[in-house]
Design a protein. Structure first.
Length: 234
């Protein structure tokens, strides 16, 4: 264990790693419970809650989290990102301790898409008997519009996830960078990361406070939402 640690540095804190894999489970659960039918709506809803809370946490963590988790430390401007893409196609060795420029923008796209889909789902309805917990805050017409957006965003999400997975496999097979293992262990080899940027703490206390605050806020919104009025879709 000591030898392994001496040949690698820690770049991903524990909250980022837990967020990543918990989000995979939440999104997968949301998809499966949707496909299972309307009788599984309750479970689909709980998966939606998890997605909204997790993504909201990651956005906040991108502001106050550890070094490699903060947006301004890994999101590069379009020109820098384009140059990285060209170098990648030329098979030039360019390593980043945290997210590379293309990966950074993929993170942004995924976070925005997931948050938008999760939030619109909370206001939606299936025009049969199930309503989102925040349906009472909006009109039925707006609820239907948000439901439509919720469904359309799924196609964009599938495309984004597919690109993300292909990029990870590209780095694993072609670039010999095991990004999957790094998201489990939090560590990258010295040859692929800058040792001066190693993080020393996961700041778990701050992550726990943020998570509790987000859970409390969503709970308050749901429990104080107006009851949905009966609507005929016939």
């Amino acid at each position: 264990m000591n030898d392994n640690n001496s040949s690698s540095i820690k770049v991903w804190d524990l909250p980022v790693r837990i967020f990543h894999w918990a989000l995979v489970l939440a999104v997968s659960g949301a998809y499966l419970t949707h496909e299972a039918g309307i009788e599984y709506f309750k479970y689909h809803l709980w998966c939606g809650y998890a997605v909204v809370i997790l993504v909201s946490f990651r956005i906040l963590w991108g502001v106050v989290g550890t070094y490699h988790a903060r947006f301004w430390n890994f999101v590069r401007n379009p020109i820098h990102t384009l140059r990285y893409g060209v170098d990648l196609l030329r098979n030039k060795e360019t390593h980043y301790s945290g997210h590379n420029p293309l990966g950074a923008w993929m993170v942004i796209v995924l976070l925005i898409t997931l948050l938008a889909q999760g939030v619109t789902g909370l206001f939606g309805n299936d025009e049969i008997l199930n309503f989102g917990p925040l349906y009472g805050y909006v009109s039925n017409e707006l609820s239907l519009q948000l439901t439509s957006i919720h469904r359309q965003l799924f196609d964009l999400l599938v495309d984004a996830v597919a690109v993300h997975v292909l990029a990870v496999l590209f780095h694993l097979v072609i670039k010999k960078e095991n990004l999957i293992r790094a998201m489990f262990t939090g560590r990258k080899p010295h040859s692929q990361a800058n040792s001066s940027l190693e993080i020393q703490s996961s700041r778990l206390w701050l992550a726990a406070l943020l998570l509790l605050a987000l859970c409390a806020a969503l709970t308050w919104l749901v429990t104080h939402a107006p009851a949905p009025e009966p609507v005929s879709f016939l």
